[in-house]
Structures are given as structure tokens and as C-alpha cells.
Design a protein around this ligand. Structure first.
Ligand code: DOR
Ligand code: ZN
Length: 337
């Protein structure tokens, strides 16, 4: 049995409409806080869009603290951002490089043109969450993250020295090293990047359900992610990047990027720390480090979890006339008691 604080997920996609209602319900079950991404079919770039989305989400929310984000691009208006910030309507701003992933066609092509926004965020101590991939025609997708560190991220931090940054869903040993050597940056780590590698993803049969951005890397990178997560290092914490796509869109001619991991995320993380004898660091990875990074208090009530021999992994969850594909790694499942 394990007793931990109710976990937080500092990077999740709820989507819109009925799907958001459905996905939120699962999140309510497992997480005390969630940081929700703004890459909807119409990116959330202003207060009108944010308020509309908040209204929809908060109508269905049962008990989690929902932290909203704004999609950063040149459409954003500083006055509007300031107003939203004053009213505490959002917790972070998200930067997507143009066409880096799902719903990023209104992302940023040239980050050097975003200086006025970075200055604003720095001045008001607003965290900037970054999808850290350098996306360029003909570039190797396995190299995108490293290139982003060398090009864009290095430029951002040398020009905006006090800007608080979350480097999202890191996948490489290079990112681990980079984050450790810059005190204003923290990083989220997903379950699938922790537990899978290029061998499990495509070394035998190709597994579309694991296709995501950034793409899963080899076991050498995976080892470094595992080591730093298990260590409880304060600059690294959990963000699932759980991204629901319907089965027909995943198993299609052109497979979209995203892993839906919410249902078994807690179970996977508990088993990972348990099997590595590092359960003392679970609260840091799941609750404390992320809350501290975002300057938030958290619920310290302890919840009990047990390895449940009778619980069965359910690969598909029915949604309307299709399914969501649940990600799970371990045979042993943990459930709350
Ligand atoms: O694989 C991904 N899917 N990576 C992201 O960054 C976005 C996400 C989505 O929204 O589907
Ligand atoms: Zn994401």
C-alpha cells in the first residue's frame, strides 16, 4: 500500500465539446490539479475565447483545480493579456512552434519576433510553457528537441534571463542536462516517454497508439529521463501530455500524434517508482515540484493506493461511436482505496 497526495497533471489536453466533458471526468478521478493546454481547433489566444472555454469546462468540473493556458502567437494582445492576468484567469502561456504538433498551424514561426511578449511575461512573472521542437523541412524528427535547445531556447534564456519556463514533455538526455543547468527552467515528463523507447515503439511492430510529438527516443535518452524523475529533482515533474484522439484517427492512413494516458497514468507512475524503490520521491514528482514551480499550494490529504490483483487493463474506452485508446505499460495495476 502507498499513501501519497492526490497527484497533479501539469500538462493535459481536454479538447472541446462532449469529448472535453468526458475526458475531464476521468481527470477529476485521478488528479487534484490539471494544467490544460490551449491548442483547440480555434487556439485560445484572447480573453473572449478563454472565457468561453472556461465556462464550458468549469460547468462539468468536479473537484480538480483547473489551470488554464493561453496560446501564444502574434494575434495575442498585450492589453488583453494584462487584463486576464490581473483577473488571474490563466496560469501560463503556451508556445507552439509552427506546425510542431496537433493544432499548431497558428503557432510561432520565428520566436525572435515574439520579444515583446517574452518581456511582458518576464516582467509579470508569468510562466511560459514551451513545446520544444525546432521544426524545419527535411530535418530529422529525432533531432528536433536538441535543435530547439541549441537554437530557440538558448536564445530565449540569454535574452530573458528571469523568464520562468516549463520545457514540456522532454524526451532527451540533452534536455535533462540543459534544464539542470538553468534555474528558471523546469520540465515536464510524460508516462510514455518515461516507460517506452524506440525499441518498444517501433523495434518490432509499429504501434500507432504511441506515436506522439516529440517522438519517443531511444533507451539511452529514456534512462536519463527515468533517473531524473526517480531522483525527485525539483526542476522535473509530471505532465502526462495525455491527448485524446479517436481510434479511427489513430489507426488511419495518416496517424495523428498523441497518446491518451490519463486512465492509467497514476498506476504507471506508482508502479515505476515502486519497482525502482523510490516511492519516497513520488510526492515530489507528482505534486510538490510542479506546484512549487507554478507557485501554488496543494492538497496534502493522503490518498491510499494498492496494487490491485483483480483490476483489469481496459485498452479501449467507448466514446460515442468510436473509442479512445488507453495507454498502459505495466501488468500490475494500482488503484485507489
Ligand atoms: O503528440 C502530441 N499530441 N503532442 C503534442 O504536443 C500535442 C498533442 C495533441 O494535442 O494531440
Ligand atoms: Zn501537449
Amino acid at each position: 500500500m502507498l499513501k501519497i497526495f492526490k497527484p497533479c497533471d501539469f500538462h493535459v489536453h481536454l479538447r472541446e465539446g462532449n469529448l472535453a466533458k468526458f475526458v475531464l471526468k476521468e481527470n477529476n478521478k485521478y488528479f487534484q490539479k490539471i494544467l490544460v493546454m490551449p491548442n483547440l481547433s480555434r487556439s485560445i489566444t484572447n480573453s473572449n475565447l478563454l472565457l468561453k472555454y472556461k465556462k464550458h469546462i468549469l460547468k462539468y468540473n468536479k473537484g480538480s483545480q483547473i489551470l488554464f493556458t493561453i496560446y501564444l502567437n502574434s494575434e495575442c494582445n498585450l492589453k488583453d493579456l494584462k487584463k486576464m492576468h490581473k483577473l488571474n484567469l490563466f496560469s501560463a502561456v503556451k508556445l507552439y512552434p509552427l506546425n510542431a504538433t496537433t493544432n499548431s498551424s497558428s503557432g510561432v514561426q520565428d520566436i525572435k519576433k515574439m520579444s515583446k511578449y517574452f518581456e511582458f511575461l518576464e516582467k509579470h512573472n508569468i510562466p511560459l510553457c514551451i513545446h520544444g521542437e525546432h521544426v524545419h523541412h527535411n530535418d530529422d524528427p529525432f533531432e528536433r528537441e536538441k535543435k530547439f535547445l541549441d537554437n530557440e531556447l538558448s536564445w530565449i534564456i540569454s535574452n530573458f534571463k528571469s523568464l520562468k519556463i516549463t520545457l514540456e514533455h522532454i524526451t532527451t538526455k540533452d534536455s535533462v542536462k540543459f534544464v539542470k543547468s538553468h534555474k528558471n527552467i523546469a520540465a515536464t515528463i510524460t508516462t510514455h516517454h518515461l516507460l517506452e523507447n524506440t525499441y518498444t515503439f517501433l523495434g518490432s511492430n509499429l504501434r500507432p497508439e504511441l506515436f506522439c510529438k516529440p517522438i519517443i527516443k531511444n533507451h539511452k535518452h529514456q534512462k536519463e529521463l527515468q533517473k531524473v524523475a526517480l531522483s525527485g529533482h525539483k526542476q522535473f515533474f509530471f505532465g502526462s501530455d495525455s491527448a485524446p484522439h479517436l481510434k479511427k484517427a489513430k489507426f488511419a492512413d495518416s496517424c495523428c500524434a498523441g497518446v491518451y494516458s490519463t486512465k492509467y497514468a497514476t498506476s504507471n507512475i506508482l508502479e515505476f517508482f515502486w519497482s525502482n524503490k523510490k516511492t519516497d520521491n513520488l510526492n515530489k514528482f507528482l505534486t510538490i515540484n510542479g506546484s512549487n514551480h507554478y507557485g501554488l499550494d496543494y492538497d496534502k490529504k493522503l490518498c491510499k493506493y494498492k496494487r490491485n490483483k483483480t483490476a483489469k487493463f481496459q485498452k479501449y474506452t467507448k466514446f460515442q461511436d468510436d473509442y479512445l485508446i488507453n495507454y498502459n505499460f505495466y501488468k500490475n495495476l494500482w488503484t485507489r482505496i
